[in-house]
Design a protein around this ligand. Structure first.
Ligand SMILES: Nc1ncnc2c1ncn2[C@@H]1O[C@H](COP(=O)(O)OP(=O)(O)OP(=O)(O)O)[C@@H](O)[C@H]1O
Ligand SMILES: [Mg+2]
Length: 158
């Protein structure tokens, strides 16, 4: 069946902190097809890193489970869906607030969702207590003039 997207990928991995870099680099490599600037790519990586870290430290806490990522490209926009089947969020509006954290004792600053919102164009949070959490983030990648130069630059980073 033909996809309604220009491209799509899915990723599933264990909720271990050493998989966070794997997730962020893989999503960035997939998004590189839209010829993002270094800065746009860095924004996507940071947002993915925050969302995945949340699944690991809050969703699954002391347990272990699967984190799923689905990324789709359509025209100039990337949509990234990051899902855990962990404990869920009781009050999503409160969790979104800057500096709100349930783990202050563990040196969390409560800025994860705020960072995702500032680096991506849109962030949706869907969560059910006891079932899990899904974060959907969208970002438009601007068309640029010097695509070749940029591709060379992109080849140098990860
Ligand atoms: N996947 C998740 N599952 C369960 N709870 C979550 C999840 N993601 C976020 N939360 C809850 O939302 C709160 C706010 O998340 P946010 O990422 O903004 O801050 P933080 O993770 O506490 O701190 P920081 O991201 O700055 O280290 C968390 O403290 C946690 O209570
Ligand atoms: Mg966080």
């Amino acid at each position: 069946m033909k996809s309604r997207y220009d491209n799509e990928m899915e990723l599933e991995f264990l909720s271990r902190s050493n998989n966070e870099a794997f997730a962020r680099i893989t999503v960035a490599a997939f998004c590189a097809q839209l010829d993002p600037t270094i800065e746009e790519l860095a924004d996507i990586k940071t947002a993915v890193s925050e969302a995945v870290t949340n699944c690991i430290v809050h969703g699954y806490e002391d347990t272990e489970g699967k984190v799923k990522i689905k990324a789709t490209l359509l025209n100039d926009e990337v949509e990234i869906e990051i899902t855990d089947s962990g404990k869920g969020i009781e009050d999503v509006e409160l969790a979104r607030k800057p500096l709100y954290t349930t783990k202050a004792s563990l040196e969390r600053s409560g800025m994860g969702f705020t960072i995702m919102e500032s680096f991506m164009d849109k962030v949706e949070i869907h969560s059910v207590v006891g079932i899990g959490t899904k974060v959907i983030m969208k970002k438009k990648i601007k068309k640029q003039e010097n695509i070749e130069e940029n591709m060379e630059e992109n080849a140098l980073i990860n």
